[in-house]
Design a protein around this ligand. Structure first.
Ligand code: M6R
Length: 607
C-alpha cells in the first residue's frame, strides 16, 4: 500500500506534493513525509506520524523551499506508524532520500549486511535498505546507482530517489507496485495514481514493471529493465480535479453514495446500443465458455456472489466464486472452457492480481471487471469490462459495489445471449425494465433516509449488529455488515438467514439489533419467520423491505423502505442503499472518520 509522489518544475515542490498526498491518502494515512531539495541543493526532510494534517502543519511552519521533491503517505507494514518509520528514508549521511511503496522481502538479510558495513539505520522499515544500498553502490551517477541495486531487491516496489548531489533530479522505478509519470506545462510529476498528478499534469505515462525513469528538470528519459532507453508514451489525463474533490459533501463516502443513480444511467447508456445490449468484445468467444471463476476480495467478492447467481440463472453455466487470497495458494483445476473474471475496483489488489497471473499461467482467458482503467489488473487481462463509476476515494466501497452488481447482470445477459438462452424480445423487455433502476435508486436514497437516521439514533451505541438475508440478499447482508465494521467499528456479521438458528441465534438479546433483508420474493414468508424468531427472543429488528409493506413495518422496530426492482434478481442493488447510509450515520455519530477508517487503506497492494 502507501502512496508516493514526486515533483520537478517551477512551483514550490512542497505545496504541490502536499496536494498530491491528499489525493493519495486513501492508500494509507498513518504517517506522511516529504523531502525537498532546497535552493542550495540541501535536502529538507519533514515527516510526521498521524494524519496528513500533522505534516501539513509542520511544512507550513518550516517554509520548505525548493522545486524538486518526493513525498509519501504510509500504511504501515514493517514497523509501527511512528515518525521514525515515516518516509522518506535516508542513507547514513542523509544525502539521499527515498520514498517506497511495496515490500522488500529480503530486507532482513540486506539490513544485516548493511549494518555490518557500518550503515546507520534510523527506522524499523524494510524500505530503509534502499538508500543505504544506493549510497554503498559505488556508482557516481544516480541512475547507475539505482540500476545497480535492483538485482539485490526482492519483492514488489515502486520507489523514487532524490539526492543532494543532483539538482532537480528524481530517479524512480516500478517493479510490482503502481507508478505513473505525469507532465504538464513546465511540470513533471510521479505518483502512485492519476488523481495525485492533477492539476499540474495533463498527460500520463504508465510505467511497466522493470521500467526506470530519470527526470532531470523538464527532461524525461525512460529505461527498460536492461537499462536501455525506451520511449515514454503519454496519453491525455481524462479525470478532472472536480471528480476527485468532495464538492459540497462532508465526505467522499456521502458523495459517492449520492452519485449512484447518475452512474447507473451512464453505464446503461454506454452498454445499450440501438435497443440491444453490448457489453463489449473481450476477444473471448462466450458461446464456448462453460465455466466461470470469479476472483475478488472484500466488497468486490460480495458482488461476485451476486454475479454467480446471475450467470447461473440466465446463462445456466457453472460458476465458482473464489476469494483471491485463497485461490492463489491452492492448486486450481484449469480447463479450456473456463473464463476467469477478476473483480476489482482499484485494479491493484495484490491477491486478485496474483490470482489473475496464476490463471493466465494456466492459459485460461481472463476478462476483468475494473473501475480504474489504467490499473495493473486491467492491463494484464485479455479483456476488460470497465465499470465507469468514476474515482472512488472513500475507503468504504459504495458506488463501485452497486455498479459492479449492475455490470455483472449485463454481462450475464450477454453470456446468456451467446449461449442461445436469451432471445431478442426478452432482452429488450429486460433492458426496458433495467432502465428504471437509476430513478428507483434515487427515490430509495430519499425515502429511506428518515428511518435510517431514526434507527441510528437508537442503535449507534450497540456493540454488535447482525444482518440476515437469503439468496442474493445474503450478499447484501454481508456487504451491509462490512460497511458497519469498517467505518463505524461495530462488530457485525452478515449471515444466511436460514442458518441463523444453527448457532448464532444464541447471540440475540434486547441489546442486539438484527437487520433483516425482506423483499417480497419467494423467500418472503421464510424471512418473516426468521424475523419472528428474533422478536420472540427480544431482539431488536431493523427490516429492509418494500415501501408500503405494512405487515413488515408492524413487525419491525424500524423499517428501511426500498423500491421494488422490476428485475427481482437486481433487488440487492437497491436493498444495499439504506445500509450504506446507515453505516455512514452510525460512523459519524460514533465520531469516526468515514473516509479514512483506522487500520485500512483503499487499495490493498500488499498480501
Ligand atoms: O479494489 P478492490 O475492489 O480489489 O478492493 C477489494 C477490497 O479491498 C475492498 O472492496 C474493501 O473490502 C473495501 N474497503 C470494502 O468497502
Amino acid at each position: 500500500m502507501c502512496g508516493i509522489a514526486g515533483y520537478v518544475g517551477s512551483l514550490e515542490a512542497a505545496s504541490v506534493l502536499l496536494v498530491a498526498l491528499e489525493r493519495l491518502k486513501y492508500r494509507g494515512y498513518d504517517s506522511a513525509g516529504i523531502a525537498v531539495l532546497d535552493e542550495d541543493d540541501e535536502l529538507v526532510v519533514e515527516k510526521s506520524e498521524g494524519r496528513l494534517t500533522e505534516l501539513q502543519a509542520r511544512v507550513d511552519g518550516q517554509a520548505v523551499r525548493g522545486c524538486c521533491g518526493i513525498a509519501h503517505t504510509r500504511w504501515a507494514t514493517h514497523g509501527g506508524p511512528t515518525t521514525e518509520n515515516a518516509h522518506p528514508h535516508g542513507d547514513s549521511d542523509e544525502r539521499i532520500a527515498v520514498v517506497h511503496n511495496g515490500i522488500i522481502e529480503n530486507h532482513e538479510q540486506l539490513r544485516k549486511e548493511l549494518l555490518a558495513d557500518g550503515c546507520i539505520f534510523r527506522s524499523q522499515t524494510d524500505s530503509e535498505v534502499i538508500p543505504h544500498l544506493l549510497a554503498g553502490s559505488g556508482k557516481e551517477d544516480m541512475l547507475d546507482a539505482v540500476i545497480s541495486i535492483l538485482p539485490r531487491l526482492e519483492g514488489a516496489y515502486a520507489f523514487g530517489v532524490v539526492s543532494e548531489l543532483f539538482t532537480d533530479r528524481i530517479v524512480a522505478v516500478r517493479q510490482g507496485s503502481p507508478l505513473l509519470l505525469g507532465r504538464g506545462d513546465g511540470h513533471v510529476m510521479l505518483a502512485s495514481d492519476i488523481p495525485a498528478l492533477l492539476p499540474h499534469a495533463h498527460e500520463v505515462c504508465m510505467l511497466d514493471d522493470g521500467q526506470i525513469v530519470d527526470i532531470q528538470g523538464s527532461e524525461i528519459q525512460l529505461y527498460n529493465s536492461e537499462g536501455e532507453k525506451i520511449e515514454a508514451v503519454f496519453k491525455a489525463i481524462e479525470v478532472t480535479a472536480e471528480a476527485v474533490s468532495k464538492g459540497d459533501y462532508d465526505s467522499f463516502m456521502a458523495k459517492e453514495i449520492a452519485e449512484q443513480p447518475e452512474i447507473f444511467s451512464r453505464l446503461l447508456e454506454s452498454r445499450v446500443t440501438g435497443g440491444r445490449l453490448d457489453v463489449g468484445d473481450f476477444g473471448v468467444d462466450l458461446s464456448k465458455i462453460n465455466h466461470v471463476v470469479f476472483l475478488a476480495c472484500g466488497t468486490s467478492w460480495h458482488a461476485a456472489l451476486l454475479g454467480k447467481r446471475f450467470l447461473e440463472q440466465l446463462a445456466r453455466i457453472h460458476v465458482e466464486v473464489d476469494i483471491s487470497s485463497e485461490y492463489r495458494y491452492r492448486n486450481p483445476v484449469a480447463s479450456g472452457d473456463t473464463l476467469v473474471i477478476p473483480i476489482s475496483q482499484s485494479g491493484e489488489t495484490a491477491d486478485t492480481l496474483a490470482g489473475l497471473r496464476l490463471a493466465r499461467s494456466m492459459f485460461m482467458p481472463v476478462v476483468s471487471l475494473v473501475n480504474v482503467m489504467d490499473s495493473t489488473i486491467a492491463r494484464e487481462s485479455d479483456g476488460i469490462m470497465p465499470l465507469m463509476a468514476g474515482p472512488e476515494i472513500g475507503v468504504a466501497s459504495t458506488k463501485a459495489y452497486t455498479t459492479q452488481v449492475l455490470a455483472l447482470y449485463l454481462f450475464a445477459m450477454q453470456m446468456a445471449r451467446a449461449k442461445g438462452r436469451l432471445d431478442l424480445s426478452v432482452e429488450q423487455k429486460m433492458l426496458a425494465e433495467i432502465s428504471h433502476l437509476p430513478e428507483l435508486t434515487a427515490s430509495t436514497l430519499v425515502d429511506a433516509e428518515e428511518s435510517v437516521v431514526d434507527a441510528m439514533e437508537l442503535f449507534s451505541a450497540a456493540q454488535a449488529t447482525v444482518f440476515l438475508g437469503r439468496g442474493g440478499e445474503h450478499a447484501t447482508a454481508m456487504e451491509g455488515a462490512l460497511k458497519l465494521k469498517e467505518i463505524a467499528y461495530v462488530h457485525a456479521m452478515g449471515y444466511p438467514a436460514g442458518e441463523f438458528k444453527h448457532g448464532p441465534i444464541a447471540l440475540v438479546t434486547e441489546a442486539l439489533p438484527v437487520v433483516c433483508m425482506v423483499p417480497q420474493d419467494h423467500m418472503y414468508e421464510k424471512m418473516l419467520s426468521n424475523l419472528e424468531e428474533v422478536r420472540a427472543r427480544a431482539g431488536r429488528i431493523i427490516s429492509v423491505g418494500f415501501k408500503g409493506d405494512n405487515k413488515l413495518r408492524s413487525l419491525s422496530d424500524f423499517c428501511f423502505p426500498v423500491a421494488q426492482s422490476p428485475i427481482p434478481e437486481l433487488q440487492p442493488l437497491l436493498s444495499i442503499l439504506p445500509l450504506q447510509r446507515y453505516a455512514y450515520h452510525v460512523a459519524r455519530r460514533r465520531g469516526c472518520d468515514v473516509d479514512q477508517p483506522r487500520n485500512l487503506a483503499k487499495s490493498v497492494t500488499v498480501e
